[in-house]
Design a protein around this ligand. Structure first.
Ligand code: ADP
Length: 188
């Protein structure tokens, strides 16, 4: 872990939940960071393509995956998701994009425009080039109306399911499941 990794990593219980909900196949973890989600996807016998723009993060994720004994199930790519998206193939795109650091908590209604390095709509469009089966992990204070609007970027609109993620009675984030990942496991 590096310092940023401590506040950025998805809590383990939630990463396990995401992996359980995904159902199998090849998962593209588009902003893998130090590998909290990547490792849980790989433990559920998925194949994972883990992307991060920061070579140091990828090195840490690789080391963490070795510790958990799942490195063989993961292809690590150092690169910009937005540049890579059109050339990627996978069954599920998992998006836990940068929320802009711990300051997101101070915003009453977190707009998708605040996501980095591009807004949530551009991010979702890029992921749709891979698959309509998209899982997005977002701040607990995200504007849910905007999240629902993402499903309308597709015609016909994608199925969408929104889940609140609690750890020890604290709301830690919101997960939006789109396409085949909504309402139960994706049947691959
Ligand atoms: P948070 O704000 O949620 O703490 P981070 O700033 O840690 O999120 O970002 C999550 C990860 O996304 C980081 O490891 C960062 O290197 C990575 N990242 C940022 N931009 C890109 C990009 N364009 N493509 C791939 N990975 C990226």
């Amino acid at each position: 872990m590096d310092e940023e990794g401590w506040f950025s990593v998805t809590p383990e219980e939630i990463a396990i939940r995401h992996a359980e909900r995904s159902g199998g196949g090849c998962v593209i973890d588009c902003f893998s960071g130090v590998g909290g989600n990547t490792i849980q996807f790989a433990k559920m016998c998925h194949h994972v393509v883990a992307i991060d723009i920061d070579p140091h993060k990828v090195e840490l994720a690789f080391n963490n995956a070795k510790i958990y004994g799942v490195a063989d199930y993961i292809d690590f790519i150092i690169g910009d998701f937005f540049q890579l998206a059109s050339s990627l193939k996978g069954d599920i795109a998992f998006l836990a994009p940068p929320w802009g650091g711990p300051a997101y908590k101070t915003i009453p209604n977190f707009s998708l425009d605040l996501l980095k390095p591009k807004d949530g709509y551009s991010l979702f469009q890029a992921a749709q080039a891979i698959t309509p089966n998209i899982i997005m992990f977002l701040p607990r204070n995200v504007d849910l109306r905007q999240v629902e609007e993402l499903s309308w970027l597709s015609s016909p609109p994608l199925n969408i399911e929104i889940e609140e993620n609690y750890v020890q009675n604290h709301l830690k984030g919101i997960t939006a499941y789109f396409g085949g990942t909504a309402f139960g496991k994706l049947d691959l």
